[in-house]
Design a protein. Sequence first.
Length: 77
Amino acid sequence: MSDLNHSLYQDFPQYADRIRQLKQEDATFARLASEYHKLDHSVRGLEMRNVPTTDENYEQMKLRRVQLKDQILRLLQ
């Protein structure tokens, strides 16, 4: 189980100002950030309930979260 917060501000503190700016000015970034936030909240909720790692839906959610984070990081850079 992982209780780590994977918020964008937590994971990319060096981009905090850029994240705020892009959320306001870039609709694509805002959509990705929103999807990431909702998905991260869901994954962390499942982790807190000790969901087995063999659950395919859970694994797909975690994979999508990583994919979103990669897309977001590319936009931040």
